[in-house]
Design a protein. Structure first.
Length: 335
């Protein structure tokens, strides 16, 4: 397991996110003439203009990076792929690979905005070529594994990349907790400007949803949703169990990433704090109820005595009427 205290970064106690200064590769690819390409919706800001003095979305992104006094994200390289300045997939692939190979920080961000492939959220380039999440994962494993890679993807169907990684982790039977992704060196975050079945709006993500908070020295991700566009944040480094980073994880193979991220937050909805008596003594239990027995569990618990272990996984138990405050806070932050 990676020692989470080494290096110029540390894990936050609440969400398992990282606080660090990281390098950033910005990729712009838009207005391509290709039948496979799905372009973002036209700019819909007041007066059809960008915030501030920016005349283009690229200026907006660069301005946002430079405006942070702590330089949480340092724009090491900017790739423009627009009519008249076309760069093919192979060129961009080599740029990404070189960027990650030469990155000296413990974290790196690749920020893509522009056109996306229909239904996949793949990044689009001239000649009908695309870069897929699987290809990004190949580069990561070869050049950056064990370090944090944050993907800011602002294109139509961008949320599909998070779905792709969820399926990959489940295919590998990796339990859905940051303990396991940290142990395997798969430290990836996917911040998408829209859901896997949505069309993103031009410039909205950069101007509204991505916030560089200099006071907390953290990259914040605004979750504000607009009509037909819901930005989504998938932090695969986040601890999902009740244990601290140095403790043994209590997640098992039944904890799937699909259940965590693709079921509408169902894990949070299925976590219950149950109070009652055990052998005559007051006791409490945090129980993660199985999806198919939630209704039965609620009926039983309202009218009789039950064994909570029959309905799901008991994550934490203790004597007394209520859990200690530190336990409450831990479950509140993790779930």
């Amino acid at each position: 397991m990676n020692d989470v205290t080494q290096g110029p970064y540390r894990y936050s106690a609440d969400y398992g996110t990282l606080e660090y200064t990281q390098e950033c590769l910005v990729i712009q690819s838009m207005n391509l003439e290709n039948p496979l390409v799905c372009q973002r919706k036209a700019l819909e800001l007041s007066g059809n203009s960008l915030p501030g003095d920016c005349k283009s979305e690229l200026e907006l992104v660069v301005s946002k990076l430079k405006s942070d006094p702590h330089r949480l994200l340092k724009a090491n390289r900017i790739i423009k792929n627009i009519p008249g300045e076309e760069k093919d997939k192979n060129c961009v692939w080599e740029e990404i690979e070189g960027f990650l190979s030469n990155c000296t920080k413990q974290g790196a961000t690749v920020w893509y905005f522009g056109d996306g492939e229909q239904d996949t959220g793949n990044w689009c380039f001239p000649g009908g070529t695309v870069i897929t999440f699987s290809e990004i994962l190949q580069i990561y494993k070869r050049c950056f594994k064990g370090k944090i890679l944050t993907l800011l993807s602002d294109c139509p169907f961008s949320g599909q990349w998070a779905v792709d990684f969820v399926k990959e982790l489940d295919r590998q039977h990796t339990p859905s907790c940051g303990h396991h992704t940290r142990e395997e060196g798969m430290l990836i975050k996917v911040y998408a400007s829209c859901g896997p079945d949505q069309i993103a709006r031009e410039a909205w993500f950069a101007s509204t949803a991505v916030v560089l908070n200099g006071d907390t020295r953290r990259l914040n991700f605004g979750r504000e949703a607009t009509e037909n566009q819901t930005p989504t944040a998938y932090d695969f480094t986040r601890l999902q169990c009740s244990k601290d980073p140095y403790e043994k994880c209590d997640a098992n193979s039944k904890w799937t990433w699909s259940d965590t991220f693709l079921q509408g937050g169902s894990r949070r909805q299925r976590l219950y704090l149950v109070r009652g008596k055990d052998k005559g003594r007051q006791a409490w239990h945090y129980v993660l109820i199985k999806p198919d027995v939630v209704g039965e569990f609620l009926k039983k618990i309202s009218c009789g005595t039950i064994d909570v272990a029959d309905y799901g996984q008991v994550l934490r138990s203790g004597w007394g009427q209520d859990p200690p405050e530190d336990v409450k806070q831990r479950f509140s932050s993790r779930f």
